[in-house]
Every structure is written in C-alpha cells, then in structure tokens.
Unconditional design. Sequence first.
Length: 423
Amino acid sequence: MGSLRRPADATMLRADALTALALAFVGAFVAVLVWTAEIQPIEQPLWMAMMFSVLIAIPLAWRRRLPVVAMVGSSAAYMVGGELGAMELTVSQVVVFLAFYSVGAWCADRRLAFRSRMVLVVVMAIWLVSSGIRGFYSPETGEYGVQAFFSLFMVQVLVNAAYFSGGWVFGDRSWQQAVERETLERAQAEVRAQQAQLTEQAISLERLRIARELHDVVAHHVSAMGIQAGAARRMLTRDPERATTALRAVEDSARTAIAELGTMVGALRSRDESDAPMPTLADLRDLVAAARAHGPVDVEIVGEPRQLSPAIELTAYRVVQEALTNTRKHAGAGARADVRVRYLDDALEVEIADDGAQARTSRAPGLGVGQTGMKERVAAMGGTIEMGPKSRGGYLVRAAIPTSNPAPVRQDLVSSTTGEVDT
C-alpha cells in the first residue's frame, strides 16, 4: 500500500548518518574494552571484532530511507560475527534492535514490514536454537555445565523475546502515531482552506450588501431630484424664484448622489433585497436597547445633532452594530459597553468601547469578517477607522466619517491598530 507517512527529510537522514557513525565508534570502542578485559570470549583478533562492530552499525544510516535493507544488513553482520566469535554482545544488540524497530516505524509497505520482521524473528530463533544445540553437545559440558547452559540459554531466549517484541510493538505504534498525526494535519489544512473560502465568501456577501445599501442611498437622492425637477418645471413661468430654489436643490442632490455613487466599485446588487427601511442614527436607541439584554450599554451624544447624508448615518449605524456584536461575542458575559456619537464640524465620529469583563487578557479568535466589513464601509465613505485592545483593558472601535461630500474610495485612509489604543 502507498505511504501514509511523510518520508524522512534531509535533517532526519543526516541524523541517521550521525547515529550510525556514533554507534560504530562506540561499538568498536566497547569491543576493545571487552577484548582487553576478557569479559566475554572473543575468538578472533581485535581488528576483526572492531570491523564487525562497524559493519553492524553502518546500515543504520539508511534505517528510515531503506529500513528493510538496514535491518537485513545489520542482522546478517551480527550473525556472521557471532558465528565467527568476533562480536561483542552489548552495543551490537542495541544496533540490531534499533534496525528491527525502524522497519515497523518507517517501512511504507506494511505487508513487507510484517513479513520481513517475521522472517528475521524465525531466522534468529533458528540460529539461537542451533547455537544452543552446538553448545549443549560440547565436550566440555558436564553435569554442572548442563545446568549452566540451560540457564544461559533461557536467559537469551527471554531477553531476545522481550527485545524483539518491544521493537515490533513500539515500531508499529510509532508508525500509527505518525499516520494519525499527519492525517490530523491534513484535516487541519482542509479546515483552514475551507475557513479561508468561507471568509472570502462572507466578505463578498458583505460587499454586495454595502453596494445594495449605497445603491438605495443614491436612489433616494435621484428620486428627490426627480421631484424637485418636476416642481421647478411647473413653476418656471409662474414663480421663477421658487423654480430657482428647486433647481438649486436638484443641483445639491445631484452632487451628493454623484459623490456617493463614486463609492461603489462595480459591485452587484444582491438578490435577497428587503423592503425594510435602511437604519439611521435615530435607530441607535433601539439597537442599544436590544444590546442591553446581554450587558450594560450606555449611549452619549456629543455635539449638536444635525441632518446628515443617509449613507453617512447608515455607515455609522453599521459600525456601532458590528462593534456591539463583537462585544457580545468576545468580551465575555456582562461586559460593559459605551457608545459615543460625536458631531464634529466636518465629521461624524462614533466610538464603541467595552471593558473586556471576562476577557481582559485575550479575546476569542474569529474570522475577522465583521472588522473587514467595518473597514470597507468607512473607507468607502472616505473615513478612517481604528480598532484594537485598550491600554487599560477592553476593546475600542473608533470611526471618523467626513460629513462633507464623501471622497472616492481611498484604501490608504483605512487604518487598523495592531497594538493598544489609548483612551
């Protein structure tokens, strides 16, 4: 079957090469110590024992890239060295079991991994039994020697069974964990891709909604122009002064309509149109009353309220609406919010601040679609907006919308703070 685990990268391969060299050096050094101290009988010259220590360890350099080859190479060198009596039995066994483990952990063909390990276990068992039989029939074996032989033979059987079983189980578990981890990573990548797609769709829908509302605003001005023009036509001969006043109103409405029409960037009108009137600043009281069901909200009007363009009032209303929605979603239960509407000489400023209640250190993550919508609305009116955490805790959204004829869209006027916002 195909590989479900990511192949070893260059870093892993370098680590394997260094591991093989280190075990080769340690094995050769231990062979010298064993030969010198005569801890175990080594029937061959020292150079041969050192050579086999190196030959056993070298295949580990390919233990992740070619695990079956590495296992066969190390095991063959181990058995040949053991038959010749030129093998130290400490580091060499660690090398053999590491190669055995690597097949279970890294062999992409799981059927091959099972069969190759099973063959090796059978071959090792036959070799161990045959070695035991030869030792049993040794001329030096006496009554005490027979007991010692069987004791040593059973220790070797149990130790090898434990090591090979552990290498098999832990190798398979390593493979399974790697497969589960990479499956989870692929699932997370798919979720992120879908999230990005949903975010893009939501932003597109928000742009369509903005275009629809701006279209309605412009339609309001055009309708007013038609009425004023009709009145001017009827009074043109009877009352020229009133006709002039009506034509001036037409002129003002035309300028405003053209300026607001310039904020639309070819967006299409959405199909799910509603007959409900567009909200204005007069509807803020109802919006705040609904928001108070989730926590205390105060409203403050600064300056003298005056008649503003429907597009400006709609934009301000939507900013307040989205900011209060974010307060309810992210600031925690019972968070307090303050809404301020400032009528400046040449701009309308709205400010929404919350105290963060249950989320003073961090706010729950979201898609950011609402903030993107606020930025685009305010930028479409030629205004600026800033949003971010406050220095004393909580979150602040502040938007300034010019009340003169709105300028065409300028993306450089959109600002969003990434640090703290001082208040």
